[in-house]
Design a protein. Structure first.
Length: 271
């Protein structure tokens, strides 16, 4: 008999997040979602609510704004007794430089700052679980990042591919950092494969349509995330997975210096 778990997933209105939420709901787990409010969220949650026998809870936040993320995470911490799994799935790829309402480059705000705040705020709930687990959805594009050890949170002049790669390098290293410093919980980062999702929505429509026709759908990625969320892993805490294969991270030359600053950033954002 499958043990019912409390699982929080960010970004479940479409793509990998939605497919993962539905897959885990079909196994009758209790699903908690965190999304920007709107008609797409309403439609996705209605379908989720009708799936499986587990409870469903929904929370709302603009994930690009630190205050909104903190308020939503604090609300979850007050209302949910414990958390077995946290899946930091929400992410963006911006083709042009955009700033959040609190004046932070949008890719970094959503892809790095939001999961840092969510994970830090909810770490006490994860520690209450028998085997708490955190997943960071990364990308194999992280290898293209040029991370400066002296200032790892800046990409300099904006370029879309650099900003995205930089954000995914940071969350992949973050899994290692947290595993080393908060080992009561398991942390994994993963590349779910090149999947047809709305990450391509910033491209010209003809290109995004073609890519999404050529690529496998999000159900493939949902299978991987569900496996990492639920099954025991023999790989060390902090491991990176290239689809379903544990793979050593290709780290920047100043990785240890970056990790020290990531830990400080995590502590400051979680305070």
């Amino acid at each position: 008999m499958i043990q019912q778990k409390n699982i929080l997933i960010s970004g479940t209105t479409s793509g990998i997040g939605r497919a993962t939420a539905l897959r885990l709901a079909r196994e009758n787990h209790n699903i908690i979602t965190l999304n920007r409010p709107g008609s797409r969220e309403e439609k996705a949650f209605q379908k989720l609510q009708a799936t499986g026998t587990g409870t469903k809870h929904r929370y709302f936040a603009d994930l690009s704004t630190a205050r909104a993320v903190r308020e939503a995470a604090a609300e979850i911490a007050r209302e949910i007794p414990h958390l077995d799994v946290l899946i930091n799935n929400a992410g963006v790829f911006q083709t042009k430089e955009r700033l959040s309402k609190d004046n932070t480059e949008l890719t970094f705000a959503v892809n790095v700052r939001a999961p840092v705040i969510i994970t830090g705020t909810l770490l006490p709930l994860l520690k209450k679980a028998n085997s708490g687990r955190v997943l960071f959805v990364s990308s194999e594009l992280y290898k293209r990042a040029n991370v400066n050890g002296d200032n790892p949170f800046s990409i300099g002049k904006f370029k879309s591919s650099n900003a995205y790669a930089h954000s995914k390098m940071l969350v992949s290293l973050l899994a290692e950092v947290l595993a080393e410093n908060y080992p009561e919980v398991k942390y994994y980062s993963l590349h779910p494969g090149v999947i047809a999702t709305e990450v391509f929505r910033g491209y010209p429509k003809i290109i995004s349509t073609l890519l999404n026709k050529m690529l496998p759908g999000p159900d493939k990625a949902a299978e991987l995330l569900s496996s990492l969320a639920l099954e025991s892993q023999k790989e060390p805490n902090g491991s990176y997975f290239m689809e379903n294969v544990p793979t050593p991270l290709v780290k920047p030359p100043q990785a240890e210096q970056v990790k020290v600053q990531l830990l400080e950033y995590f502590k400051n954002q979680s305070a």
